[in-house]
Design a protein around this ligand. Structure first.
Ligand code: WQD
Length: 343
């Protein structure tokens, strides 16, 4: 069984990816300092898979502590590097924190790959790396525009670092996966978005209103040039996203990369507006959500969605779930998440 190190393994996408890797026969180890996650996530993973995952609660900016993992696990063949700060607004307030953390940890991971001869890396990039793209849907070769936030810039820079690393070290494989808007939860409702994450993302806000934790949701902008005036995004179910990591790792470990640096878009290829998302939630869960129409939010792009043909063709990956599945599983998780995380 090939062993994979998953950094940020207790986080939202990392935890779902651990489950998918285990389901697909990989051995796994996690590194997560619980900055925006909780140890209870590991219990959810164990309940779903029957496997106990070892987690190292270290800061990946600490090179010595990071090396220790590789010293203890000489058989790691690949790394999926999720661990990063991801709050767009916070990154504007604390740019240095974002550069230090997101790029410092990436550089340490690359150092360890060289030192311990770990050949395969998958890096969490983001559709925000595109900035305000000129054409939709965006393709992998759509040029990056100006980053709208330091967070987005760390993702652009991370990708560039990997390109240069791969250029120099030809027998190492690097893959950047550009996520669109991840949402939803594991179908078992044993795992979902971290309860410690006081997110302002659309889907957790909708479920928060539905559960009564929030009074209402404000639709940020209804005068955009879109079919109903609200912004359009490509919401991808977290389990589909997780499975893309497994497929990407199989692709890299299996030596199928023609180029040792690759980039893939991961979305479902369809845009959903904010109002459509709210109405999808209302329909599949048969309840009303209290929403109001409000002004635009600073920094929002009008519309973005993916062309994912490259991932379909090279990785054999297809998203299997849609916005309805996202809203159903997000709601099932919302209803139990406090009880689960209190354990
Ligand atoms: C979605 C849409 C809002 C809340 C960010 C990152 C990106 C990625 C995903 C991160 C927008 C609208 C939201 C609300 C609203 N990765 N909205 N009312 O901004 O597309 O992307 O998260 O780690 O990199 O930039 O996601 O969920 O915040 O917003 O109307 O209360 O919902 O304006 O149009 P976003 P989001």
């Amino acid at each position: 069984m090939a062993k994979i190190l998953v950094t940020g393994g207790c986080g939202y996408i990392g935890s779902h990816t651990l489950v998918d890797l285990i389901d697909n026969g990989f051995d796994v180890v996690s590194a997560d300092n619980y900055y925006n996650s909780a140890p209870s996530v590991l219990k959810g993973i164990e309940k779903i898979t029957g496997k106990q995952v070892k987690n190292y609660a270290i800061n990946l900016c600490d090179l010595a502590a990071t090396k220790q993992i590789f010293q203890e696990h000489k058989d790691i063949v690949g790394i999926i590097h999720f661990a990063a700060l991801k709050a767009v607004g916070e990154s504007v307030e604390k740019p240095l924190l974002y550069f230090q953390n997101n790029l410092g940890s990436l550089l340490n991971i690359l150092e360890c790959m060289k030192e311990f001869n770990v050949k395969n890396l998958i890096f969490s990039s983001s559709c925000s790396a595109y900035g305000n793209a000129d054409e939709l849907p965006v393709m992998e070769n759509t040029p990056f525009k100006e980053a709208e936030s330091p967070y987005a810039r760390t993702k652009q820079m991370g990708e560039h670092i990997l390109e240069d690393f791969a250029k120099k070290y030809k027998d190492f494989n690097c893959i950047s996966l550009r996520y669109f808007n991840p949402a939803g939860a594991h179908e078992s409702a044993l795992m979902g978005e971290s309860p410690t994450n006081n997110a302002s993302n659309l889907v957790p806000v909708i479920t928060g209103v539905a559960s009564g934790k929030r009074a209402k949701i404000t639709v940020f902008g209804t005068d955009y040039d879109t079919r109903d005036g609200s912004c359009i995004r490509d919401y991808i179910h977290v389990m589909d996203l997780a499975n893309a990591h497994t497929k990407a790792m199989q692709f890299a470990v299996g030596g199928q990369q023609a180029h040792n640096s690759e980039v893939f878009n991961l979305g479902i290829g369809a845009g959903v507006s904010v109002l459509e998302a709210i109405h999808a939630f209302e329909k599949v869960n048969d309840m009303k959500v209290n929403y109001e129409l409000g002004p635009r939010r600073a920094g929002d792009v009008v519309a973005i969605y993916a062309n994912y043909e490259k991932a379909a063709k090279l990785l054999g990956w297809e998203p299997k779930r849609n916005i309805d599945d996202i809203m159903k599983t997000a709601w099932e998780w919302e209803k139990v998440k406090d009880a689960i995380s209190a354990v």
